[in-house]
Design a protein around this ligand. Structure first.
Ligand code: GLA
Length: 462
């Protein structure tokens, strides 16, 4: 139900007792007192529907077991002290009255501050409580499994709980989607939504505007396997991601203008489809007719829209797309409309579970990867190679997952072939390059749909 709140459970009911105990001990040695509660928010793997959430289209992710876990204690001062169990990530303190989020250097604590600031602003908190927080993360960073959004979501949930407020899962997802933009990326909301709305045992179709999640039961006999290319990509530190968001926005405006729609108010490719009242297939034909495959210069874009360069720069282009001189509109629009159709087909196959379900899901994932790689240009050579190896190792389908330009591939593998698949991929991708197995050896693993974000109370003390 959309109005449900994240569960609050007593900490002693958890399967992860050992982990909590260790975190509690570290917390006590760091801050000199015990945590009052814990919050966790999972990472995710997107099965299909890449780079379409910010265009208004439904996506199909599931939560993974790997998560961000934070032990927290509200304190009387207005200071937030942040510490991380991983010594690579430095301690950080700030006053809650003066939250500064550094976009040029997206260090770990800046993601925490996004979640904190989101809750503060949502409730217009004048004097939010200070906190001691110790964070433990198991999601490999910059790998397309949404470690950054899990951190923003977990920080949002911690801040909410520490300030004695409540929100529904949907509201939390919306607040955290908005607040992650303080880091500078124009994300579409998939990651935050699945982190809060996930349920064990089922993938979810996430639809936007209004935000909702529907169960998608995966067919029996298949296993989804995540393989990390070990090429790191940080969305906030590069401009690739925001350029794609802008290309889709410009494509929206040009399509709308050429169809005589009020293009100034339109931001998403889905807006054009709903205004025209046509199918995704028809949108593909329209986009093919209207756009040319050659990149558009900013001058040509201005000419098509009938505006000045000045207006384009100040009214449409975002801060980090100001210096881009050409945009690919044909390729990006075709990717988005075709990918949106693949998501709906994927869901339908899961619902109907025909005999050849695995093969058909695999085909869709392969088409998705080809489109991401060729039309959206969000893959990279190592990731293309990994997808190839996965297919040769027994996967029926394989594709990049998350933003891309590095990070992970997700493969659909018949469960009876899982063992040989893992051995083959290990041999062909990882053993050929020692650096790829390091550091935590968590580069290749089978995964099942996990649970969404939760708060656990320590004893009876809250
Ligand atoms: C990142 C963003 C999401 C989504 C994906 C690409 O994970 O945070 O909103 O756009 O990239 O599908």
């Amino acid at each position: 139900a959309p109005h449900t709140k994240p569960s609050i459970v007593p900490a002693q009911c958890l399967p992860m007792q050992g982990k909590l105990l260790k975190l509690k001990e570290m917390f006590i040695s760091k801050f000199g007192s015990a945590p009052k509660f814990y919050a966790r928010a999972p990472g995710r793997v997107n099965l299909i529907g890449e780079h379409i959430d910010y265009c208004g289209y439904a996506v199909l992710p599931m939560a993974i077991e790997q998560d961000i876990l934070i032990a927290a204690e509200p304190v009387k001062t207005q200071i937030v002290h942040l510490a991380n169990t991983n010594p690579m990530y430095r301690d950080f303190s700030t006053s809650t009255n003066n939250i500064q989020i550094n976009q040029t250097k997206p260090l770990w604590h800046n993601y925490f501050l996004c979640g904190l600031k989101g809750i503060q602003e949502h409730f217009s908190l004048i004097s939010p409580t200070g906190m001691n927080c110790l964070l433990d993360g198991t999601i490999p960073p910059s790998s397309g499994l949404s470690s950054s959004s899990a951190l923003v979501c977990c920080a949002g949930l911690v801040t909410l709980t520490a300030n004695g407020k409540t929100l529904s899962k949907v509201e939390l997802a919306e607040v955290c989607t908005k607040s992650e933009r303080y880091i500078g990326t124009q994300g579409g909301g998939m990651d935050q939504s699945i982190s809060f709305l996930a349920e064990k045992g089922t993938a979810k179709l996430i639809e936007f505007n209004p935000l909702r999640a529907t169960d998608v039961r995966l067919p029996s006999g298949v296993t989804f396997v995540i393989a990390n290319s070990c090429v790191e990509m940080n969305k906030a530190a590069t401009s690739h991601y925001n350029i794609r968001v802008m290309e889709c926005r410009l494509a929206t405006k040009l399509l709308a203008k050429s169809k005589g729609l009020g293009w100034r108010a339109m931001l998403k490719l889905q807006d054009v489809q709903s205004n025209l009242g046509v199918s995704l297939e028809e949108m593909l034909t329209i986009a093919e007719e209207i756009f040319h495959p050659e990149p558009y210069s900013i001058e040509e874009i201005c000419k098509c829209l009938g505006i000045s360069l000045e207006e384009l720069r100040t009214q449409i282009l975002s801060q980090n797309t100001q210096d881009v001189t050409t945009f690919k509109l044909y390729q990006r629009a075709l990717h988005v409309y075709s990918e949106a159709a693949r998501v709906l087909e994927f869901r339908q196959i899961c619902t109907e579970a025909p005999n050849n379900a695995i093969q058909r899901l695999g085909d869709l994932m392969n088409q998705s990867h080809a489109s991401c790689s060729n039309m959206y240009e969000c893959s990279c050579p190592a990731l293309d190679q990994l997808v190839d190896i996965c297919l040769k190792s027994g996967a029926v389908g394989s594709r990049l997952t998350g933003a891309g330009w590095g990070g992970c591939a997700v493969s659909v593998v018949p469960t009876e072939k899982l063992k040989s698949f893992l051995a083959n991929v290990e041999e062909a991708y990882y053993k050929t390059n020692g650096q790829r197995l390091a550091p935590e050896k968590n580069s290749l693993f089978a995964t099942k749909p996990g649970d969404g974000a939760l708060v656990f109370l320590e004893g009876e003390s809250m």
